[in-house]
Design a protein around this ligand. Structure first.
Ligand SMILES: Nc1nc2c(ncn2[C@@H]2O[C@H](COP(=O)(O)OP(=O)(O)O)[C@@H](O)[C@H]2O)c(=O)[nH]1
Ligand SMILES: [Mg+2]
Length: 190
């Protein structure tokens, strides 16, 4: 079992907590997860769950700590502590809120680039709260050009979101393993 810590960040009200609840199966007795009420996140919430993901010809078990970080910059002082030990970042923006994607480079600078993540350790969720919103990646900043974008909504078929998340987890699991190996080698080399 590999343990990974992943940060979910992005502007306020973009859908981070709803998506995090959905990924962690934290919403129970609710037919439509998008209808489950959320409250503005105070600081950070941590959701823990396990996933079994396909890797090569086999499968690996991954124990996920998903950190649902408030989009409110009032909590910025806690970001270094929040980032500590993270292996990946998911950037969520509201695709129905014109121009919101333009600020993604800030979030990338503050989190992914700050942590030295590879593009494969980051993912963008272009979240649509209504089916009327058309997915588009045209205005995503250049610094994120190689970062995988997934169009998400909790309105319709949700399976794709978990499939994409599992695919992302394979990259994160590999990165976590490589890092552990490097740490072990440096201990042996001392
Ligand atoms: N109808 C609908 N509402 C959504 C969807 N995703 C999020 N919301 C609502 O949008 C609001 C903000 O979502 P929230 O997850 O709290 O955003 P956060 O601030 O990024 O954590 C909440 O009222 C959610 O219920 C969706 O797919 N469909
Ligand atoms: Mg929230």
């Amino acid at each position: 079992m590999t343990e990974v810590k992943i940060l979910m960040v992005g502007p306020k009200s973009s859908g981070k907590s709803s998506l995090a609840n959905f990924l962690a199966d934290a919403v129970q007795n609710c037919e439509n997860p998008s209808m489950a009420p959320t409250k503005p996140t105070v600081g950070t919430r941590i959701l823990e769950f396990d996933r079994t993901v396909r890797k090569g010809t086999g499968s690996v078990n991954v124990s996920v700590e998903l950190w649902d970080v408030s989009g409110d910059r009032a909590y910025e002082a806690a970001w270094p502590a929040i980032m500590h030990g993270a292996m990946g970042a998911i950037y969520v923006y509201d695709a129905g809120n014109a121009g919101e994607e333009k600020d993604l480079d800030q979030w990338h600078r503050w989190f992914g680039q700050n942590m030295g993540f590879k593009d494969s350790q980051c993912m963008i969720m272009a979240h649509r709260k209504s089916q009327d919103v058309k997915p588009s990646r045209s205005a995503i900043p250049k610094s994120l050009a190689q970062v995988h974008v997934v169009s998400t909504t909790l309105e319709e078929s949700h399976d794709l979101i978990k499939e994409e998340f599992d695919r992302f987890l394979v990259h994160i699991e590999t990165a976590a393993r490589e890092m552990r190996q490097k740490e072990e080698q440096s201990v042996v080399g001392d």
